[in-house]
Write a protein that binds this ligand. Structure first.
Ligand SMILES: [Cu+2]
Length: 691
């Protein structure tokens, strides 16, 4: 690093002391230890002051209406200067002291490298977060990511956090600490070191096409039930729910089915099923039990004048006993309801068809502490029809984003996407979704990491007008004040497809390496399966086409989901002739062929509080760690699927993992903890209970 003219006397003195120290070490030891990397932060000690009364290479930044002050205080960690920000109220917005976004101040970085960012601080509010922007050679300065929160402390504490690998096309970054709650934040002595881990060995993958495409295996057994719903349980088992399974004879006979699949043994356990849970909604509660709501009250009339009718019944499935127990009914029947868990552990369910086969317009609110659905007058009501299986994704501020992904026919009137604020009882349209009336059985995912608040919506068709399903994708950044969708890259085409043909019945699975695996689907209503699979990279916003394809058709009533061992399981398919495919496919992604998997050797505590630092030990270099919420998926809909980045403080093979302080980013419940080593190779998951 070139010396800079504004280096203060104190900085120069420190460098002098370091020189003396290293001379002493050189004398005392046969060979000096490898020196720590250079501090890449300009004026990290904040001692050099600029003409504007703020440290050189730093600026006052942020937005919002809360009154605030920026000060330079003598209550420093070292030297005589530290930066201090006071926010008077907790209100929308934030303030942060940031490194200057200019070529001489912003630390220079190398794509693919990782950096340890360190800061000494005190704070009276836990509502703080380390925020990083990157300079993209094509786009200029853009937000990159949020890293660790800083726990409250009145005496100076040191926080060090490791960045993810720097994305391609990045040449510089800036960072600082954001305060977004009422309180005072003081920071000093910023450091940044390159800690890039060398890739262990250069053992080339010897698994042939599996090295780049992965490989599918069809299991030598079938599911004993029509696997329309799949929920990954925190004991590693998979709950498969059929109810009557779209089979009128079974419905007439009162034959309703559920099975629990154990991947480690390939065995199934039948579970008595108390009602027709065919096309119910489901979501994991904070304690790992599964809340199931609605289902099928009756099949359509023989003359077709009356459609499916929704059940108001609701149950809780307990993995400890493999049994359902009844809770109170919802305020209306719901066939094809959504289910989204909130930051407080409660659940909101919207949409579906009611007991009369018309649109269910109530907001169904499950109070988790009382373990009951609230009455109509106890919950806020907008009396809106949200369609069938509306994809409602929890945002970091507690609102719900309706992505426009839905099941059956056209999208909702208007723009076809919106933001629902339960507390304020408002619905705000979101524009930009392409062809909103051809997004029937598209799929939406909150992209990794959840902290970035970006959603990708893929594909879709329309069972009424039955066009060729499309290749459209749409991206949105929910961090914006008024987010709008923008067009994303087209889905790759499948074998034998023309350039205009895509897929509905999309399955999309968040993988532990931070990519999204997209698989399955069909071109038309319950017909013409599409054999295509691709990998979406949220860092580059591109699909890698040509991943290995599931040999089993996966259209209507199919699902794919991540197993705790890092593989992807796919089930179901219910074509127009009324048959159901009972085969099970399992996909091993390319990362399972790239060398030894990192191991989590110990984890003293598997219950993590919000804003906590949690220690694990591992057996080698780890590039990132995250929590992935286990699947609860049906009909291309799993709005609770999320990948929560865990900023790391690394000391050899001991790693401290920082859990966000915001429950809306990681709603309470059981998560799969993965660590990821070189080449994106993930560990097997350990289970962690959040909140
Ligand atoms: Cu269905």
């Amino acid at each position: 690093m070139t010396p800079r003219p504004w280096l203060s006397a104190r900085n120069r003195r420190d460098i002098g002391i370091l020189v003396v120290l290293s001379l002493l070490l050189t004398l005392a030891l046969p060979s000096p230890p490898a020196s720590a990397g250079a501090n890449l932060v300009a004026n990290g000690g904040l001692e050099a002051m600029g003409g504007d009364g703020f440290p050189v290479c730093w600026e006052r930044s942020g937005w919002g209406d809360s009154p605030y002050t920026f000060d330079v205080t003598t209550q420093a960690h070292t030297g005589t200067k530290a930066m201090q920000i006071t926010l008077a109220q907790t209100a929308p917005g934030d303030r942060k002291a940031m490194m200057l976004e200019d070529a001489s101040c912003a630390p220079t970085v190398t794509p693919g490298h990782q950096y340890d960012l360190g800061v000494w601080y005190t704070t009276t509010t836990p509502n703080t977060v380390m925020t990083v922007f990157r300079h993209d050679v094509a786009q200029g300065w853009v937000y990159w990511t949020d890293l660790a929160t800083l726990p409250v402390t009145t005496s100076y504490q040191h926080q060090v956090v490791r960045t993810p690998q720097v994305p391609p096309g990045t040449d510089q970054i800036v960072w600082g600490v954001t305060i977004y709650g009422a309180g005072t934040l003081r920071t000093d002595d910023y450091t940044m070191e390159d800690v890039t881990q060398p890739a262990p060995g250069t053992t080339a993958c010897t698994a042939g096409t599996a090295c780049t495409k992965g490989v599918w295996q069809v299991m030598p057994f079938n599911t004993p039930v029509r696997a329309i719903h799949a929920v990954v349980l925190h004991n590693g088992d998979v709950l498969l729910v059929a109810g009557s399974g779209n089979n009128l004879d079974d419905f007439a006979a009162g034959t309703f089915k559920t099975a629990v699949y154990r991947p480690s043994t390939g065995t199934f356990t039948d579970v008595p099923t108390p009602a027709d849970l065919f096309c119910a909604g489901h979501v994991q509660l904070a304690d790992g039990r599964v809340l199931v709501m609605g289902g099928n009250k009756d099949y359509p009339s023989a003359d077709g004048t009356v459609g499916y009718k929704g059940l108001p019944d609701s149950f809780v499935f307990d993995p400890a006993t493999n049994s359902y127990s009844r809770v109170n009914n919802m305020t209306a029947g719901s066939w094809y309801p959504s289910a989204t868990v909130l930051g407080n552990g409660d659940v909101i369910s919207l949409g579906g068809l009611n007991e009369n086969s018309s649109g269910m317009v109530a907001t169904q609110y499950f109070d988790a502490s009382q373990e009951r659905w609230l009455g109509l007058n106890e919950a806020n009501q907008t009396w809106s029809f949200w369609g069938l299986y509306p994809s409602m994704i929890l945002m970091q501020d507690g609102r719900l984003f309706y992505t426009g992904s839905h099941v059956f026919g056209n999208g909702l009137p208007g723009t076809g996407a919106s933001i629902y604020n339960y507390d304020a009882n408002t619905i705000t349209p979101v524009s930009g979704l392409q062809n909103k009336d051809e997004r029937d059985q598209s799929m939406s995912v909150l992209l990794p990491p959840a902290q970035d608040q970006r959603v990708l919506t893929m594909g879709g068709g329309n069972i009424d007008t039955n066009p060729d399903a499309n290749r459209l994708t749409d991206l949105i950044d929910l961090k914006q004040a008024a987010p709008v969708y923008t067009a994303g890259p087209l889905l790759p085409t499948g074998a034998g497809q023309t350039p205009s043909q895509g897929k509905m019945y999309v399955s999309a699975v968040l993988l532990p390496d931070g990519k999204v695996f997209e698989t399955g689907g069909a071109l038309h209503n319950r017909a013409d399966p599409v054999y295509e699979a691709s990998m979406f990279d949220p860092v580059t916003n591109t699909f890698t086409a040509g991943m290995a394809t599931d040999p089993v058709p996966r259209g209507y009533h199919s699902s794919a989901f991540l197993l705790p061992d890092g593989r992807v399981m796919a089930v179901g398919n219910n074509p127009g002739d009324g048959t159901f495919d009972m085969r099970v496919s399992v996909y091993s992604p390319p990362y399972l062929f790239q060398g030894a998997r990192p191991q989590i050797l110990s984890m003293p505590d598997n219950t993590w509080a919000y804003g906590s630092a949690n220690t694990i030990t591992v057996d080698g270099p780890v590039l990132k760690a995250e929590l992935i919420r286990p699947a609860a998926v049906t009909h291309s809909s799993d709005p609770n699927q999320r990948f929560v980045d865990l900023p790391m403080t690394v000391t050899g093979t001991t790693i401290s993992l920082n859990l966000t302080s915001n429950p809306n980013l990681a709603p309470p419940g059981w998560y799969m903890l993965f660590v990821v080593g070189a080449n994106g190779v993930p560990s097997v998951a350990k289970w962690v209970k959040v909140g």
